[in-house]
Design a protein around this ligand. Sequence first.
Ligand code: S3P
Length: 445
Amino acid sequence: MSHDPACLASTMIPPLSAPLHGVATVPGDKSISHRAVLFAAMAEGTSHLAGVLDSDDVRSSMAAVRQLGAQVSLEKQPDGSLAGSVTGWGVAGPRKPEGAVDCGNSGTTARLLMGVLAPWDVPVEITGDESLSRRPMRRITAPLMKMGVRFLPEGRETLPLTVRGTHGLRALTYDAPMASAQLKTAVLLAGVYAKGTTTVNEPAPSRNHTELMLPEFGVSTTAANCTAGVTGPQGLAACEVHVPGDPSSAAFLVCAAVLKRDSAIQVENVSLNTARIGFTRTLERMGAEVSVQRTGAAGKEPFGTISVCYTANLHGCEVPAEKIASIVDEVPVLALVAAFARGVTVFREVGELRVKETDRLAAVVEGLAHLGVEAYIDGNDLYVEGQPGLAVPEGVTLDSKGDHRLAMTWALAGLTGNTPVCVENFDAVRISYPQFLEDIERLAR
Ligand code: S3P
């Protein structure tokens, strides 16, 4: 990669010099890492964490819980992960922080923290960067207010917000308007401390890391298709967590191998949680040769190997609404793959992408248009008209809009094509996958 003066605040991503071959691992799962840090901070005693993702987003969670009184001693390991201990505040509760808790770009930190703080009568102001300050918080504040939590200023729907929890939380049965693991987690975390059973029903199954990890911390949960619950009051007790590789990061290597002629790779030690690896099924439905093999479990989280190779004859497919939650972070890169497939690919009911780090629906349509690909939104459905043999135009600049998943999606257009692509604000990759370029370039040696 290089910084081109004609490509300000941007990174020139040249084509890979060879097909992708061999075995890769990816950094720890972002969702599981956030939860490991936050739950350990809530727990009584000292938890030991390994494989934690070292990225800006997870560091936002680490800084937040430190400010609230947890002792975080996570050190960089030779493999780039973080490992060490977190001593939680347990029954003593969090302390009132000096100043606001800045969650940076991390929606997961901000939204989960609202649930973490719900049982404590400690006012905490939560802030975020420009992108996070635009993202909707009402989806979290509405159910938590029903449980007795106050948010100030009243009626505000975005950060900054001050959370004022209560020792007298009321249990709640909540029919969530969207499939969101952040919403579900915030309500369940509050539910741990409320008297009675708190239940979240969802329109489609969102990722279930919280339901799987809370029992590791000694809190029993119930979970079935589209519903999860916890009966309180309970308390979290320190435990050990080993974080498997992030399937959402692996998706970029996997899609690169599908697009780059003559490639064949395996990504090992990746979380194979079914709520997360929907992208392998979508690629399969597009005709790609991809398979998953379970090799073990970290706590209740299955992990294993994803194997994939270059696919010459991709074809479009339809992804139904109920499957979107399992690919919610992969839609941009899958839309890029769809651009190279024969026929139309439709992603049904992807309206949630409008409220991610940026409006990912608009950004995908705009970026694909720069590549000469017709994509459009009809209602909440995204359509991509694929072009087999598509050649990326010379001198194209694609904008990440400061969004990590878009940065890597547009980088793939350069890496797997025949001409360099300029990606604006490529360094957004530090949010979830700082060593993305090194990892993919290593596979092409
Ligand atoms: C996440 C849930 C998803 C996902 C985000 C991480 C989580 O968001 O897009 O990257 O860790 O719970 P929603 O809860 O908004 O769907």
